[in-house]
Design a protein around this ligand. Structure first.
Ligand code: LRH
Ligand code: MN
Length: 430
């Protein structure tokens, strides 16, 4: 595997951190042991964790107001892969990348696949994009794409999704994520049922193009860019469409796509119960679709989502939702944010594995409300940082990825190697 950061720099760093980690790990091991929990078993669980990186997340993001370009930004998909390579080298928790077309357009998917493999990377779900018009595009998506009144625009959007499947097949991906911003800004702008009927017609054509071992993920979102009615606005609509389409259609939960205070963990439990939980876009938010770093605003919610996943996995061992990050890094170094976010999602995963489910069931069946709630809180309050660091170390990564990354001077070197393209927004998201 190609080491993007010199591996001896990682080893040197780990050597300076080892003794401290061993002490913290032993202390945590002792405490967990008194709870009847084997820390070694939990660390092995932590090492199985994997979350996909959003290719569009390694460039600096922005808002409709402005984007403040960062230093050494990736200017194309090859440089995005390099940045993803650093993140995986140091965290050992991000072995796949989710690509977005046409932002990650490539004429040589075979070469891209080989480059990614040299960094130990593969490809998770690919994302289509019919929420922007591309230069030279024949039919605008201004009034929708898969739901457009224009049959030409719908056919164009369907063709683009099928092209994404073909590219994904060449890259070894096994799923297509379809998020459309289609909707209306004013009551009366379109017929609400008509729009959904056109959506389903278009999705049936896309569904028909899926290889036998592929899935399509329907991603719902409450609003933006439509501000009155979004065609796929909530999990209910997404679920109904996935049922209509067939077994290869599942629902994707982006944590930022709900009304404030929505009980997202309950949506996860429902979708798992009905066999339609396809995957996640992890991020965090305080108000809207803020795409902030995972676990940065509401880490307890992230824990509760993984608690429902752990409960569902106990019932259905075959449940394998796709874990992906989907964030926009407007004021931090995207590589640092993605490394940190991968660790925060891994933290929730490990904390959920710490929940004493037998005790929880006993308290629930006894209507011992307080002890039921405390059983979850005990796991959430447990600082599993030594387990996450030991998992990274044992998987060949860095005990402290951000410290190694900063010491490596990778960003400064990238700034020299990648002179910014004047005016070009290289990350694709503004
Ligand atoms: C829409 C969304 C979707 C992506 C885009 C980058 O808000 O979450 O998943 O296509 O962000
Ligand atoms: Mn998303």
């Amino acid at each position: 595997m190609t080491a993007v950061v010199k591996q001896d720099q990682v080893a040197e760093h780990n050597a300076t951190q080892q003794a401290g980690l061993d002490a913290d790990y032993a202390a945590l091991g002792g405490m967990l042991g008194r709870r009847g929990v084997d820390i070694e078993q939990l660390t092995a669980v932590a090492q199985t964790f994997a979350v996909a990186l959003p290719s569009w997340g390694v460039g600096t993001g922005g808002t409709r107001f402005a984007r403040f370009a960062g230093k050494g930004e990736p200017r194309n998909v090859v440089e995005k892969m390099e940045d993803c390579g650093v993140i995986h080298q140091l965290t050992r928790a991000t072995p796949t990348v989710s690509l977005h077309f046409p932002w990650d357009r490539t004429d040589d998917p075979k070469a891209l696949r080989e480059q990614a493999a040299s960094y130990g990377l593969g490809f998770d779900a690919v994302n289509s994009n019919t929420f922007q018009d591309q230069p030279g595009q024949q039919h605008t998506y201004k009034y929708g794409s898969l739901t457009a009144q224009s049959a030409e625009a719908r056919a164009q959007a369907v063709a683009h999704n099928i092209e994404c499947i073909e590219l994904g097949k060449a890259l070894g991906s096994k799923a297509l994520t379809v998020w459309v911003g289609d909707g209306a800004n004013f009551p009366g702008q379109h017929n609400l049922r008509g729009a959904l009927e056109r959506y389903l017609d278009s999705m049936r054509d896309i569904y028909g193009a899926l290889p036998a071992d592929w899935q399509v993920f329907i991603e719902h979102k409450l609003f933006e860019p439509a501000f009155y009615a979004t065609t796929i606005a909530d999990w209910g609509t997404s679920f109904a469409c996935a049922q209509q389409l067939g077994e290869k259609a599942k629902c994707l939960v982006d944590l930022g796509h709900h009304a404030p205070n929505t009980n997202i963990e309950m949506i996860v439990a429902r979708l798992a119960q009905f066999g339609k939980l396809g995957g996640f876009h992890f991020n965090d938010s305080k108000y809207g679709d803020d795409d902030l770093d995972s676990g940065s605003i509401n880490p307890f919610q992230l824990f509760l989502v993984f608690n429902e996943l752990a409960d569902a996995a106990q019932r259905d061992a075959a449940l394998q939702p796709a874990y992906m990050l989907d964030q926009s890094h407007n004021v931090t170094d995207p590589i640092e944010s993605l490394m940190n976010s991968a660790a925060e999602v891994q933290r929730a995963f490990v904390q959920a594995a710490l929940v004493d489910r037998a005790a929880l069931r006993r308290y629930q069946e006894a209507n011992d409300v307080l002890q039921s709630a405390q059983t979850l809180k005990q796991a959430y309050r447990t600082d599993v940082s030594p387990i996450l660091a030991m998992a990274r170390l044992r998987s060949g990564g860095a005990i402290d990825p951000v410290a190694v990354y900063r010491a490596s001077g990778y960003r400064e070197q990238a700034a020299v190697r990648r002179p910014a393209k004047a005016g070009a927004s290289s990350s694709g998201i503004v």
